[in-house]
Design a protein around this ligand. Structure first.
Ligand code: PRX
Length: 684
């Protein structure tokens, strides 16, 4: 009965082919082209180049992300809903119904395919002492650690705080959490005991993982001691797992666990938890415009998919490449492009423990030569610093393996971009200035992916990634639709990598990101769109500054400065800094009858800020003033202080709403006196 029908349908097909052969060929060509751009998109009709793939991904976001999620991730149970989001209420859900395990996606499936492939290259502080870890070894380490955590009572949904430098055990700790369903909370190992304690308390962690000592730039940091101090004020902490980065023993307390010793007793098989797509994968604290850092929450499937996809397509990562992201694991860049993106793609990723100047300014490029790095991803602040040491430190080394150079964390000025391109990349590498945030989970705007010949404008992030639809808003909340516009940068529709909430404070999430422009995600950055439709990021619009690519709220620094006995009140401002991008400028009003000079106060404040926050947040300039410029309602007019810090005295703007406009001239005079004194001190 069936045969005639098959025959008939075969006839029909060949007749159809005869009639439609030309258009079928075009269709096949299109299908073929798009598969070459992005295999996940092979089934999308009418898509033949990057431009229309980007358009497709935005206007057919469900089918785009569904195809990507099915093909790029391994699921324990398939999802039934691609997304269920209402940006105006901060409701963001992706891949509901789906179950998966992130560590299985990052390890097990690659172990099945190629167990001896190198997953991590740990570039230790001392050049030439790198350690390679295969996928098999990393899975084993992760499983032992997962079993240890389980045996020590860590359960699905708990938050484990990790205070470690970049090293394989730190990666295994993160993946072990993912394996057993706990969330990790990595705190940058440069943060002080107090900053660490604040984050442990907010996360309510009962387990902390650390190392005895850190080693960076030839110096030893007493990380375990910092944890001891922090834990004193964290009643929730029940145990501290201590790994040995150096051979020096440290004092162990009743709470401490010798991590490596106990790991050896654990099994190398650890049953992965089946996690829901929207279960928490990690918290990562970042600064906002208030004094309290916020624990941004990222979840399982959407985050991993977005990190994997952006890693592959922005950097044009191919199997077998060595990916060198030099960001610390304590920042989102270390999470997404040091670990999750590359490992989800079965890649080889470098964990950089050192600094760009250790033992000399050739460190990065000597490492590129030795490890044969294909994609290098770093921060403009380091590029600006290295540029000052001249080309010879770069040219000494073979960089012929490099294909893509990435920049992240702050605007890259044209001089640094050109040097990166011309000297580091020998004028032949693709340079991608990538814009994104802790909140976005992965890169949102960058020159690639786009056609291989598509133009790249120096110092410009340019093009939205697949699924990203930027909008530029005027102050009244109107979308500026035309090109050649500038205003507040928003993202018009949800994407899988975005943060879901702020830990324990969804209200703050909604108020910060969703309410300023209802229905849009508010980034806090300003941007302009050129005639050609390219995006340029112009900087933060709020009281957050970016020092050496690290975000810090001015209010956080003010909180510390105001705790100084001598200080009555203060205002902290970011100002242009040649190397750091932005420097920290502090205006201080002293308490009555207190006498202290600027140099001494500056020394005191530096000690306090590094003790209470971290070294990178220390003031670069401290100026004593008699009063701060305040409006009649008592609000500090920061824009005036910003102009003073920038020495832009002639465009102070409207001062008529100030309570005492005369205060401004006094501040300017103080600034001039200060500069004069500095010059005199510099002249021998
Ligand atoms: O102001 C933007 C700046 O860094 C902020 C995000 O900081 P964070 O969450 O710490 O993440 C840094 C690593 C992604 C942004 O709001 N920023 C990041 N990348 C760029 C940038 N500014 C200009 N150009 C960039 N490429």
């Amino acid at each position: 009965m069936l045969q005639p029908r098959v025959k008939a349908s075969k006839c029909l097909v060949s007749a159809f082919k005869r009639v439609f052969r030309p258009s079928l060929q075009v269709w096949a060509r299109r299908r073929c082209n798009v598969a070459a751009i992005m295999p996940e998109a092979a089934g999308f009709e009418g898509v033949s180049d990057h431009n229309n793939l980007q358009e497709y991904s935005v206007s057919n976001s469900e089918s785009f992300w569904a195809a990507a999620a099915r093909q790029r991730l391994s699921w324990i149970r398939p999802f039934h809903t691609v997304h269920d989001c209402d940006l105006s209420r901060g409701k963001i859900r992706w891949f509901d119904g789906g179950k998966l395990n992130v560590s299985v996606n990052c390890l097990d499936r690659h172990v099945h395919a190629c167990p001896e492939r190198v997953a991590l290259i740990w570039e230790k502080d001392e050049p030439g002492s790198e350690v390679k870890v295969t996928y098999r070894q990393l899975l084993e380490m992760t499983c032992r650690l997962g079993n240890l955590l389980r045996r020590r009572g860590v359960r699905r949904g708990d938050v484990v705080t990790i205070y470690m430098p970049p090293c394989p055990l730190a990666v295994a700790s993160m993946l072990a959490c993912a394996r057993i369903g706990a969330a990790h909370n990595v705190v940058f190992a440069g943060f002080s005991a107090q900053a660490l304690a604040d984050r442990i308390r907010d996360a309510q962690s009962s387990t902390v993982i650390t190392v005895n000592q850190g080693v960076r730039g030839g110096k030893v940091a007493e990380l375990k001691r910092t944890v001891d101090t922090a834990v004193h004020s964290c009643p929730t902490v029940q145990q501290v797992l201590v790994a040995m980065r150096t051979e020096n023993p440290v004092a162990m307390t009743a709470k401490d666990v010798a991590m490596e010793e106990e790991m050896l007793q654990e099994d190398v098989v650890c049953e992965p938890e089946a996690m829901d797509s929207e279960d928490i994968l990690f918290l990562l604290y970042t600064s906002g415009s208030t004094g309290t850092p916020k624990g941004l929450v990222h979840t399982q499937a959407g985050y991993l998919l977005y990190a994997a996809l952006t890693h592959r397509y922005v950097f044009s990562y191919h199997d077998g490449d060595v990916f060198g992201c030099v960001a610390d694991i304590g920042w989102i860049t270390g999470h997404s492009y040091g670990i999750y993106g590359p490992l989800a793609n079965g890649g080889t990723t470098v964990l950089f423990e050192s600094t760009p100047l250790y033992p000399d300014p050739g460190r990065y490029w000597e490492m590129v030569q030795r490890l044969k790095i294909n994609q290098f991803y770093g921060a403009p602040t380091a590029i600006r610093l290295l540029l000052k040491y001249g080309d010879r430190w770069v040219q000494k080394y073979d960089r012929s393996t490099l294909k893509t150079l990435g920049s992240v964390g702050e605007p890259i000025n044209t001089e640094a971009w050109e040097w990166y391109h011309r000297v580091v990349g020998d004028g032949r590498c693709t340079v991608v200035d990538t814009w994104w945030q802790t909140e976005t989970g992965g890169i949102c705007i960058s020159p690639r992916p786009s056609g291989p010949d598509a133009e790249i404008v120096p110092g410009m992030a340019m093009r939205p990634f697949f699924g990203i639809k930027p909008a530029i808003m005027d102050p009244e909340g109107n979308v500026l639709a035309s090109n050649h516009a500038s205003g507040a940068l928003c993202l018009s529709q949800p994407w899988p990598g975005m943060a879901r909430t702020i830990h324990n404070n969804h209200q703050r999430f909604v108020e910060t990101y969703c309410q300023p422009y209802p229905g849009y995600f508010h980034t806090g950055d300003g941007a302009s769109r050129s005639e050609e439709g390219y995006y340029q990021i112009t900087g933060r619009l709020d009281d957050v500054i970016n020092v050496s690519g690290h975000r810090i709220g001015t209010a956080e620094i003010e909180d510390v400065v105001n705790q100084c006995d001598a200080v009555a009140e203060s205002a902290v401002i970011g100002y242009s800094h040649e190397i750091k991008g932005e420097g920290v400028y502090v205006f201080v009003v002293l308490k009555k009858d207190v006498e202290v000079d600027e140099a001494e106060l500056s020394r005191q404040l530096n000690v306090m800020v590094s003790k209470k926050i971290a070294k990178y947040a220390c003031p670069d300039c401290v100026q004593l003033v008699q009063g701060l410029p305040k409006t009649r309602s008592g609000k500090i007019m920061r824009r005036v202080l910003r102009k003073v810090a920038e020495r832009d005295f002639n465009s102070l703007g409207d001062l008529s709403t100030l309570d005492d406009p005369a205060v401004v001239q006094k501040i300017i005079q103080g600034h001039r006196d200060r500069s004069k004194k500095e010059q005199q001190q510099q002249t021998p």
